[in-house]
Ligand binder design. Structure first.
Ligand code: DHE
Length: 553
């Protein structure tokens, strides 16, 4: 099927934290103009915030072209200047003509890319140990739950630009506590027992919160690099809460930590060969990480080399890593309903990669037929025609694709795209449903149209015929329900409560504007509640303790 591709806001990793690093200006050989330290500092900041996501910290190329001095000096100042000024149809933004960079900034950026790249510092065991702090030692922590909180129905909500999380009670909607975490905090994950909440900031700071304390607080913290996006814990039976793992964008590495103290135990660099070309890549970033339920392993997505590591944590001294050739630009993903298969997007390649976590092998690589799949953890449900499926929406077009996930009962459809149909528009980030729910929710957070990014599409699962006709959807006016009129709030990431009766959406506005969380009744699709509070600054991801602990989505 053809799907309308849509313009969308850019959604590439930006390396905000590296932009704060003070790096020394390199000298320039004859024929290349040097920059003053002040110009170099400004150029570095612009480069890490706007360019490094596509071109790489070391400028070796990723989704954007390589910009190493051997290439850029060949191209010359005039060529580079007009490329930065006007952009290209291949995806380079028109930084100059759009007014995002001033003429002076375009000038220094053209000169900057002709200089040697500035290399941010490494972050080995020495630095990890320096930043590691056990605030409450395990022996001083409670041996049972000391508060009257309904932990199973607690939500950890990312307050992105505040560098905090809000712990919100799923029954009363009361904000129980706000906790300071890392900068531009990104995701929360639960330990297998439901006791420890792990939160990671983009500054690679991991905070471990003990939910059993009378007043749940951070009990251990560490900085695992200078830029990061993912954290996870060991989920295998017999290994619950034993280990934690965090993956970094810079330096490109992941670290296994003690699950009770966050003591760093083993750092693995991801630098190495790209899976298909088998050429060296100096900065393969770590994207999604998942704790396997079938083996004592962490499943680690390595973006630029297109490899998935299955890291066996039973013996860290004799570490066994299964390295799977998958596809380049691995990003996010989740498990199927049986928890046996990990399905993940190689987003810039338009593909889904399926790993059999029981056998430890690659099961399939499938084209979604859409532009830039972005599933979050995906959504599992029983399709009336195709049986168990897993859904993803797309950033680059309006399509929702369903992949068959039942190789035993529906072998013909396993790991094939069985249906694809339009939702509200491009710029979608997350899909959501719940076991037993009849609804599939699809957001359109980054759609340029304010009305679309303010709404959510809902499909009736029992009306999906699978006969080629596109299922109809209902549009929920989430921002209108929140009664917020200033700014351009975007609706992002549905998350269910513990028993699957309500789904919560964030209304994500500017830092100085009002935001909210809108709670929808899953049966009636009616507004149930709006959570508003001046402490709810830029709420984005929401992680229900039970659902996050058990990978229910
Ligand atoms: Fe995320 C998950 C990376 C921007 C909200 N995001 C992830 C994961 C990765 C990632 C690798 C998977 C983690 C895992 O499962 O272990 N995100 C990135 C980026 O590189 C990117 C594109 C740009 C950047 O510079 O950070 C980016 N992400 C965003 C946002 O702008 C979002 C919408 C708002 C925010 O809070 O920053 C955002 N990302 C999320 C959320 C999840 C996530 C809510 C977890 C979804 C879930 O259901 O588990």
């Amino acid at each position: 099927k053809d799907h309308a591709t849509q313009p969308q806001d850019r959604y590439e990793p930006s390396l905000d934290i590296l932009a704060q690093e003070q790096l020394e200006a390199p000298g320039a050989p004859e024929g290349v103009e040097a920059l003053s330290q002040a110009e170099f500092d400004e150029a570095n900041k612009i480069y890490f915030e706007r360019c490094a996501g596509c071109h790489g910290v070391l400028r070796k190329g990723a989704t954007g072209k390589a910009l190493t001095p051997d290439l850029t000096r060949e191209l010359g100042y005039d060529y580079l200047h007009s490329f930065i000024e006007y952009g290209s149809p291949a995806g380079m933004p028109n930084w100059g003509t759009s007014g995002q960079l001033t003429p002076e900034q375009v000038d220094i950026m053209a000169k900057y890319v002709m200089l040697e790249p500035a290399v941010p510092p490494e972050w080995g065991m020495d630095k990890m140990k320096e930043t590691w702090e056990v605030i409450v030692a395990p022996e001083d922590r409670p041996t049972e739950k000391m508060n009257d909180w309904d932990l199973g129905n607690l939500f950890s909500v990312t307050l992105r630009d505040a560098g905090q999380i809000a712990l919100i009670d799923g029954g009363s909607y009361e904000i129980k506590k706000i906790i300071d975490t890392g900068y531009a905090v990104h995701i929360s994950r639960m330990s297998a027992s439901g006791r420890y909440l792990m939160v990671i900031g983009r500054d690679a700071k991991v905070d471990m919160i003990d939910l059993w304390m009378e007043d749940p607080s951070v009990v251990a913290t560490i900085k695992v690099g200078s830029e990061a996006r993912s954290v996870e814990t060991s989920k295998m039976e017999g290994w619950e809460d034993k280990y934690a793992i965090a993956g970094a964008y810079w330096p490109p590495q992941y670290v296994i930590m003690d699950g009770a103290t966050l003591e760093p135990l083993k750092i693995v660099s991801t630098r190495g060969m790209i899976y298909d070309e088998q050429t060296y890549h100096p900065e393969p970033r770590v994207a999604a990480i998942l704790g396997s339920h079938y083996r004592p392993e962490f499943i680690v997505n390595i973006k630029e080399t297109g490899k998935i590591h299955l890291v066996d944590y039973t013996d860290l001294k004799n570490l066994k890593i299964t390295e799977i050739e998958a596809e380049r630009f691995l990003h996010d993903g989740g498990l199927d309903s049986s928890h046996r298969y990990f399905i993940t997007a190689a987003n810039a390649r338009g593909k889904l990669v399926v790993i059999d976590t029981k056998e430890g092998t690659l099961e399939a690589v499938t084209d979604t037929g859409g532009e830039t799949p972005h599933p979050g953890r995906g959504a599992n449900f029983e399709h009336p025609t195709f049986g168990p499926v897993w859904a993803t929406s797309h950033l680059g077009d309006d399509s929702v694709a369903l992949i068959g996930t039942d190789p035993e009962g529906h072998a013909d459809q396993a790991w094939k795209i069985v249906d694809s149909f339009p939702a509200l528009g491009g710029g979608s980030l997350f899909v959501k449903t719940y076991p037993g729910s009849n609804h599939l929710y699809v957001d359109a957070t980054l759609n340029p149209d304010a009305e679309i990014s303010a709404s959510v599409a809902v499909f009736d699962i029992d009306k999906m015929t699978g006969d080629g006709t596109d299922p109809e959807f209902t549009t929920l006016p989430i921002v209108e329900w929140a009664e917020i009129t200033d700014g351009q709030p975007r609706v992002v990431q549905g998350e269910f409560n513990k028993d699957g009766t309500e789904v919560w959406f964030s209304v994500w506005n500017g830092k100085d504007q009002e935001s909210a969380i809108v709670v929808v009744d899953d049966k009636t699709l009616e507004l149930k509640h709006v959570i508003k509070d001046e402490r709810l600054v830029t709420p984005t991801g929401k992680f229900n303790v039970t659902n996050t602990m058990g990978d229910i989505y």
